[in-house]
Structure formats: structure tokens, C-alpha cells
Design a protein around this ligand. Structure first.
Ligand code: SAH
Ligand code: SF4
Ligand code: F3S
Length: 445
């Protein structure tokens, strides 16, 4: 019998992308193979996101689609695995709402996936594992066996104790927990050995990391350790919380050459009243002061952020303060969302919900401003030279796409390149979402 095949689909944040990679490695180590592109898999794994209603609803429509595709093609339906944050939050509900799901596994339990698949097969019933043993999965997973890729994520911290009043993450990912530095460094070395050039350290509150056995070793210390690893070209991290920014972290941006001049620092709103209602535990001025200090340490630092419009009680004045904050900071890019009431979160129960149409209209205004800033940021690079990390071939023959230090995609016409090389390019054009560049011959070796 040929080995059973699997296909994984990721929804949600970088951590889900990372978890999907680890699940793929685990399944491969357990004798499964990845389904070929375009071929039906024996196991369909959906790694889900619960952050907004839209993300959750997508799961149910995808389960239906998998079932009807199998039926239309006269195949047996594949074994369906629901992993990730919806599995954690709505495990029991999935069982009743979506018959035809075989395994439901939470983000802290997926190291048991091979056993769960066996169990489901033997029992013919849906099995559910949403235990939350703190970070136990990392010790139980096989070592990294990732295919060489220029840029890789590395989870260093998981979970969240912040309890912003709109957010499900503390419930789906559990309490803040840090992986030991020795494990992180071993994983980083394995990735670099496999040819990775850029590491992005990830965590729901990545800068809350501290060595579990020695809290004096904090996130800034860890950055220094990783930046010193041979073979590392670039270092990034995401997502950081303004509350966990330390003096040492700001200083690291001025000291570590490998640390890229780009920071994703979510603010959510520019209004102190809304920030307090969100339980962000920082004000507008705190945020602006942090930005100024980061920029003083690293003058070419570009910023990105997350915003929510239409949080309960948000008035036009509050929203105007968000727009004013955006004007004041000037973002290179940003993510913005219409507030989505999530079951079990305090904000969802508030009586002063903002009508969806108002939230949507504010979102459109905010996004127009952010798009304008992004284009201006991109245009400002035309005529400059910068280094890019080549990641993948472009659409046309001889074209390659790489990333600038500021996360911009840069398209270069240069047939001789390969993924994972750092090359110097002259920026010749700029659009809203990418730059065009020309190889600077001298640095192309
Ligand atoms: N830990 C990160 C963010 C995790 S979620 C932080 O604290 O910044 C990613 C983003 O999704 C959040 O920054 C927020 O902007 C958005 N988000 C979270 N819950 C949301 C909700 N209920 N409605 C709309 N957007 C939400
Ligand atoms: Fe959610 Fe707030 Fe935690 Fe970020 S800090 S994951 S927004 S609760
Ligand atoms: Fe979504 Fe869970 Fe990430 S809810 S954003 S997949 S932590």
C-alpha cells in the first residue's frame, strides 16, 4: 500500500504557519507524504484561526467544500483534521456542527497528531484533544527537518496574559510561556545549517520572552545570542507588545547589525479612552514616545502596526485620534480590521456596539490613509540602493523576487540569481505593494 498523503491549509497568523510546518514535519516523520499539488489528499488538515468571525466561518465552508468535492469525484472523503485556534475554542461545537471531522486538535496538543489519527481510524468516531500542557509539544516534536528556505519562522514564546478585551488569543493559546534559550538556539542552528538566511522570531507577545529558569535573560539578551550565530544574515521578530518594550530592546536596534530596521508594533487605536477600554495598558503618548526612542536608536527604522475600527463605544472623535496618530507616526505598512465581537470576550458583551456600517466606513478611511503612506514610503526608495534577500522566482523568466530590509517585495530582472542570496539592488520603481530594482553588478557575487 502506498503511504497516505496529507495536505495542510493554514489560516491566521505566522504562528499558525509555523505550526503547520511542524505538523508537516511530524507527519512526514510518521510515514505520511505530502499530497502532490492539485491531487486529492487522504488527510485534509485545516489549521484554523479564531481571531475574527470571518476567519472562523471560513473553516465551516471549507469543510463543506472538501466533502462535496470528494462526493462529486466519487472518492471516499478524506480524513479531516481541524487544528489550531478554532479547534481549541469550539472543539465540541465543531463535532456537532460539522459531522465528517475526524480529529480536532488544539495548538498545544498537535504533537499527538499521529496517535489521534490512529485513534480516530480505530474508533470510527471524532477524537478531540484540546489539552493545554504548557509548551510540552516542543520537546515531543521531531527536530526541525525543514526544506531549505531563505526565510523561516521560529516560535520562541506562546500564549498571552494581556487579555485585551476584544481578543480570543489568551483563551485559544493559553498563558504566556517561553521556550528555553537552549532549545531556541538549537532550532535556529538547524535552520541556518539547512540554508536559511533570515530568521523571524515569533510569539503572541514575542518581547515578553524570558529564560524560564533565569528571568534576568530577557528578549534583548536572546536577540544578541541569535544575532551572533554563524550563517545568520537577517533577524526579525513579531509580534511585540508596547508594554513589554525595554530599554535594552530599543538599544539592541542600534547595536545588532543583523536586526532589520523594521518593527511591527500594534497600537490598535489612537484614543486613550478606547485604549483603556481595550485594556491595552498603555496610552497614546506612551506609544508615540516608544516610536521616537526606537527611531533615535535606529534612524532608518520603519514601522508597521495593527488597528481596529469600531471598537464598542468608539466615537468619531476617538477615530479622529487614530487617524491623527497614523499621520504623526507615518507607517510603512499596517494591518487594519473592523472590530469583530468574539464570543467569551468582555468587549462582545458591551451594550455600546458600533454599527457595522460605521466601523466599515471608518476602516475604509483608515485604509486609504495607510495605503497612501505605504505608497509614499515605497516611492521614497526610488533612486536608492539597498540589499535584498532573494526569495523566489518572479512571474516572468529571469525575474526574481526578494525582500528589502523594510519588508518590501522587490522584483529584479536578473536570470543568474538563486533563493537565499543577498544582493545589492538599485531601486528603479515603486508601486503600492512592491518595488522594482536593478542588480548592482559589483555586489552581485
Ligand atoms: N498579540 C498581538 C496581536 C494578535 S492578533 C498584539 O497584541 O498586538 C492580531 C491582530 O488582530 C490584533 O493586533 C488586532 O488588531 C486584531 N484583532 C484581534 N482581535 C480582534 C477582534 N475581535 N476584532 C478585530 N480585530 C481583532
Ligand atoms: Fe490579543 Fe492583546 Fe494578547 Fe495581543 S496582547 S494576543 S491583542 S490579548
Ligand atoms: Fe488566529 Fe490563533 Fe493566530 S486565533 S491569529 S491563529 S493565535
Amino acid at each position: 500500500m502506498s503511504p497516505r498523503s496529507f495536505a495542510i491549509r493554514s489560516y491566521g497568523c505566522q504562528m499558525n504557519v509555523y505550526d503547520s510546518e511542524r505538523m508537516a514535519e511530524l507527519l512526514r516523520a510518521s510515514g505520511f507524504v505530502e499530497a502532490e499539488e492539485g491531487r486529492a489528499a487522504d488527510i485534509a488538515l485545516l489549521n484554523t484561526c479564531h481571531i475574527r468571525e470571518k476567519a472562523t466561518e471560513k473553516l465551516y465552508s471549507d469543510i463543506g467544500r472538501i466533502r462535496s468535492a470528494a462526493m462529486a469525484e466519487g472518492r471516499r472523503r478524506p480524513t479531516v483534521v481541524v487544528a489550531g485556534c478554532v479547534a481549541q475554542a469550539e472543539g465540541a461545537e465543531i463535532r456537532t456542527r460539522a459531522p465528517g471531522v475526524d480529529v480536532i486538535v488544539g495548538p498545544q496538543a498537535y504533537h499527538r497528531l499521529p496517535q489521534l489519527l490512529l485513534e480516530a481510524e480505530r474508533s470510527g468516531r471524532a477524537v478531540l484533544d484540546t489539552d493545554m500542557p504548557e509548551i510540552a509539544k516542543f520537546a515531543a516534536l521531531p527536530p526541525r527537518a525543514q526544506r531549505a528556505r531563505p526565510s523561516a519562522f521560529l516560535t520562541i514564546q506562546e500564549g498571552c496574559d494581556k487579555f485585551c478585551t476584544f481578543c480570543v488569543v489568551p483563551y485559544t493559546r493559553g498563558a504566556e510561556a517561553s521556550r528555553p534559550a537552549a532549545d531556541i538556539l538549537a532550532e535556529a542552528r538547524a535552520l541556518l545549517h539547512a540554508g536559511t538566511v533570515e530568521l523571524t522570531l515569533i510569539g503572541q507577545n514575542v518581547n515578553a520572552w524570558s529564560e524560564p529558569s533565569d528571568p534576568s535573560r530577557d528578549f534583548a539578551w536572546l536577540l544578541g545570542e541569535i544575532a551572533a550565530l554563524p550563517g545568520l544574515g537577517r533577524l526579525r521578530y513579531t509580534t511585540s507588545h508596547p508594554r513589554d518594550v525595554t530599554d535594552a530592546l530599543i538599544a539592541a536596534h542600534g547595536q545588532l547589525a543583523a536586526l532589520m530596521p523594521f518593527l511591527h508594533l500594534p497600537v490598535q487605536s489612537g484614543s486613550d479612552r478606547i485604549l483603556a477600554a481595550m485594556n491595552r495598558r498603555h496610552g497614546r503618548r506612551d506609544y508615540l514616545a516608544l516610536v521616537a526612542r526606537f527611531r533615535a536608536a535606529r534612524p532608518d527604522l520603519a514601522l508597521s502596526s495593527d488597528f481596529i475600527t469600531g471598537f464598542p463605544g468608539e466615537t468619531e472623535e476617538d477615530f479622529a485620534e487614530t487617524l491623527a496618530l497614523v499621520e504623526e507616526v507615518g507607517f510603512a505598512q499596517a494591518y487594519s480590521f473592523r472590530y469583530s465581537p468574539r464570543p467569551g470576550t468582555p468587549a462582545a458583551d458591551r451594550a455600546d456596539q458600533v454599527p457595522a456600517s460605521v466601523a466599515a466606513e471608518r476602516l475604509a478611511r483608515l485604509q486609504a490613509l495607510l495605503a497612501h503612506q505605504q505608497l509614499a514610503f515605497n516611492r521614497a526608495h526610488v533612486g536608492t540602493e539597498t540589499e535584498i534577500l532573494v526569495e523566489r522566482p518572479g512571474r516572468h523568466a529571469g525575474q526574481w523576487i526578494g525582500k528589502s530590509p523594510w519588508m518590501q517585495s522587490v522584483v529584479v530582472e536578473a536570470p543568474g540569481l538563486a533563493p537565499g542570496v543577498l544582493v545589492q539592488v538599485a531601486i528603479t520603481g515603486a508601486g503600492p505593494n512592491s518595488l522594482a530594482g536593478r542588480l548592482v553588478a559589483a555586489a552581485a557575487a
